[in-house]
Design a protein around this ligand. Structure first.
Ligand SMILES: Cc1ncc(C[n+]2csc(CCOP(=O)(O)OP(=O)(O)O)c2C)c(N)n1
Ligand SMILES: [Mg+2]
Length: 537
């Protein structure tokens, strides 16, 4: 058995069926070891795309996605994408080939401090030290990625370890989970007392708490106590257009629980005016650091696994009687209310099309099982605000645009039977447009809708606000036929300029059974709500 074979066997025992990769000589031994082992390789066109795919896999399956890239530049290409995974609290593992140990410090081919380069954007990063230990490296990486606040982990794999022949048989380590931190009983009672005392309590959730099984527990808590929960997962923070009017309830709340959520830029550092000056604040998180500026308003700040803590709160809340107040409905109502003028935009047939007109057509293709990926500037914000239903993946708190196509591909790999629709700006599409080739090669029929305003509009809008029209420079793009680009790669293309072309084009794209691009010429209007200041992007 080689080190690479031990690594692959351990990946298998951890349930890995899929590795997102871009090749290089340092990792070909791993490619070789996958043969006959029921682990498929998806070979991408850029290491960042492979990493975004592992991120998407992690978010959708809650089991770590695996990206495998080559040393040095391949690794560095992957690192930028780790930031998105970190901020999305997505469990994933980046495995990178690494110069052989015997050449360490001697200027080996593509030798850099890979763990050091990854460290700012991962939960943990290290270089594997022995061939025998490669299984344990994987087991540890998976446990760290999937425990507490989920997130990315990096392991560098020196080529000599992967190729080493193991003479002694090595046991393949099973999956483990790290110790979880539970809420002490006193903190459970105190939190429920705080809920009961408050007239307008609110829970703010981080991205992981808003997903799958964690979200279900939070919803259960809401059903029992009547305390509404809002997700803070947008780079626009409390201005997230997807929250509609609910964000305006935040300054009215007299108690805010940050549940698996830091008091960071996205919640305006829990300061007035976003929060009421007299509001009581509580935080339950794996690392419940209280920001000094708001510390006197934190009546409770406990370090505990927020998922376990929420389950504990649910159990204890069942034992009490709760009164449903008008506040619960007020927040729900605000969440459901759309600006009055939107209905007219959604029907307006003038060209170029209003983003809401495009969203109205897309909405007909969104079902419960649809996986919706939304990314980009102003067009992305419109889609976030206007579309309802489905399971949603967004670029998230990293504020990094460009991951949509890889995320959509990961979604299709994870759920081949479910429709996957990606909605992107024209600028955003360019970051990983070549992954449409990956889509064609692996027969992953995603539908990508490009809102083409021939502009980096989000930045253009900022220029208009900050500098005025006369100084709005350099943010123009061309009205490029992205549909033809995708046709050229072997996919299906549709180009839409007028309203009557929209529905048939979408229908043909969906029916084509191929990776498809619907290039829609849109009006470059500013996003629904936009304010200056931190969290503006
Ligand atoms: C990686 C990264 N680079 C740059 C930015 C800054 N940025 C945010 S939105 C945006 C423009 C996006 O343009 P497009 O995708 O065409 O969407 P539009 O705003 O035009 O609808 C830019 C450059 C960013 N958020 N992330
Ligand atoms: Mg644009």
């Amino acid at each position: 058995m080689t080190g690479a074979a031990l690594l692959v066997e351990t990946l298998r025992t951890h349930g890995v069926k899929q590795i997102f990769s871009l090749s290089g000589n340092q990792i070909l031994s791993v490619y070789d070891a996958t043969i006959g082992r029921d682990i498929a390789l998806v070979h991408t066109r850029h290491e960042a795309a492979a990493t975004h795919m592992a991120d998407g896999w992690g978010r959708l399956t809650e089991t770590p996605g695996v990206a495998l890239v080559t040393a040095g530049p391949g690794h560095l290409n992957a690192v930028s994408a780790l930031y998105s995974a970190l901020m999305a609290e997505s469990p994933m593992v980046l495995l990178s080939g690494h110069a052989p140990r015997a050449q360490r410090g001697r200027g080996a081919f593509q030798e850099i401090d890979q763990a050091g380069a990854a460290r700012p954007v991962v939960k943990a990063a290290w270089v594997a030290e022995s061939a025998e230990g490669l299984g344990n490296d994987i087991a540890r990486a998976f446990a760290v990625a999937n425990s507490g606040r989920p997130g990315p982990v990096h392991v560098s794999l020196p080529g000599d370890l992967l190729e080493a022949k193991l003479t002694e048989p090595i046991a393949v380590p099973p999956p483990t989970r790290l110790e979880v931190m539970r809420l002490p009983d006193a903190a459970i009672r105190r939190m429920l007392d705080l809920f009961a005392e408050a007239k307008r309590p609110l829970i703010l959730l981080g991205p992981a708490m808003a997903r799958a099984r964690r979200r279900q527990i939070v919803d259960r808590l809401g059903e029992i106590t009547g305390v509404p929960a809002l997700v803070m997962e947008s780079p626009r923070g409390v201005n997230d257009p997807a929250l509609h009017g609910a964000a305006s309830c935040l300054p009215d709340a007299d108690l805010v629980l940050l549940l698996g959520k830091a008091a960071d830029y996205s919640v305006r550092f829990a300061q007035p005016p976003a929060f009421a000056p007299g509001a009581r604040l509580a935080r339950i998180d794996i690392d419940a650091m209280t920001p000094p500026s708001a510390s006197e308003r934190f009546v409770l700040s406990v370090a505990a696994d927020p998922e376990i803590a929420t389950a504990q709160l649910v159990d204890a809340a069942r034992e009490r009687a709760w009164q449903r107040s008008a506040w619960t409905d007020e927040v729900a109502q605000a969440r459901a209310t759309l600006p009055a003028e939107w209905a007219a935009h959604a029907r307006a047939d003038r060209a170029p099309l209003h983003p809401l007109r495009v969203c109205a057509a897309i909405q007909r293709h969104v079902r419960d099982e649809t996986l919706l990926v939304i990314d980009g500037g102003e067009f992305g914000q419109w889609a976030q605000a206007a579309l309802d239903g489905g399971t949603r993946l967004i670029n998230g708190l990293s504020g990094s645009i460009g991951s949509a196509i890889p995320l959509a591909l990961a979604a299709k790999v994870a759920h081949p039977g479910r429709p996957v629709v990606a909605i992107v700006g024209d600028g955003t599409f360019g970051f990983h447009a070549m992954e449409m080739d990956t889509a064609v090669r692996y027969r992953l029929p995603i539908v990508v809708i490009v809102g083409n305003d021939a502009r980096w509009n989000a930045e253009h809008q900022l220029q208009l606000q900050h500098y005025g029209e006369a100084r709005a420079v350099a943010c123009a793009l061309l009205p490029t036929r992205y549909d033809r680009l995708v046709e050229g790669l072997g996919g299906h293309g549709e180009h839409v300029e007028r309203a009557e072309e929209l529905e048939p084009a979408l229908a043909r794209a969906v029916a084509s059974g191929k990776p498809a691009c619907v290039n829609v010429m849109i009006d470059g209007v500013a996003a629904p709500t936009y304010r200056r200041g931190p969290g503006a992007h």
